[in-house]
Design a protein around this ligand. Structure first.
Ligand SMILES: CC(C)(COP(=O)(O)OP(=O)(O)OC[C@H]1O[C@@H](n2cnc3c(N)ncnc32)[C@H](O)[C@@H]1OP(=O)(O)O)[C@@H](O)C(=O)NCCC(=O)NCCS
Length: 139
């Protein structure tokens, strides 16, 4: 049975794996764990101790939140887990004024069902930093 948790208790690098499908230079499991720890909020879908899906958010705690990552392991997709993760994260973000994310056009239908609407965005991607080797200094 899939369980959902909004904390990282019991999670270690060995319980993470198989994510960042299709990335050319993905972070390893230790980098993935670091990313989860460094996020303001995270919700995990867990199956028998194995993390099978995750969503993260970065927020200023006042007005704005950004959802950088949502992923469900391929063999667990199509079972409602992604939808659950988004719903649970949106519930945790409560009535934040802004909740933003970027996605490919074909995923807009998925997010529309979760009461989000399309917008236009801008971005930078430093492909060489994709594995997470360049640590970003926080204040
Ligand atoms: C997008 C993703 C998280 C969805 O997770 P999931 O567990 O398969 O989604 P769900 O089973 O909750 O699907 C919910 C609904 O969205 C639809 N949906 C799922 N993926 C979709 C896609 N790629 N395009 C269009 N609709 C999609 C499902 O058909 C389902 O519709 P229904 O409620 O009418 O049956 C998953 O496909 C994934 O991890 N993809 C790779 C990473 C990625 O693209 N992440 C998003 C970054 S913005």
């Amino acid at each position: 049975m899939i369980k959902y948790q909004d904390h990282l208790k019991g999670v270690n690098a060995a319980r993470l794996g198989g994510f960042f499908v299709g990335w050319l230079n993905p972070p390893n499991s230790a980098g993935h764990l670091k990313l989860l720890k460094g996020s303001d909020l995270a919700v995990l879908a867990v199956d028998g101790g194995r993390v099978v899906g995750f969503i993260t958010a970065i927020t200023d705690g006042v007005l704005a939140a950004y959802i950088p990552f949502l992923e469900v392991l391929p063999e667990y997709q199509g079972r409602g887990i992604g939808g659950q993760l988004v719903k649970r994260m949106l519930r945790m973000l409560g009535k934040a004024y802004m909740v933003d994310l970027l996605c490919d056009k074909e995923l807009q239908q998925f997010y529309k069902k979760l009461n989000m609407f399309p917008a236009t965005g801008m971005m930078i991607r430093n492909r060489r930093s994709q594995c997470g080797a360049n640590i970003i200094r926080k204040k």
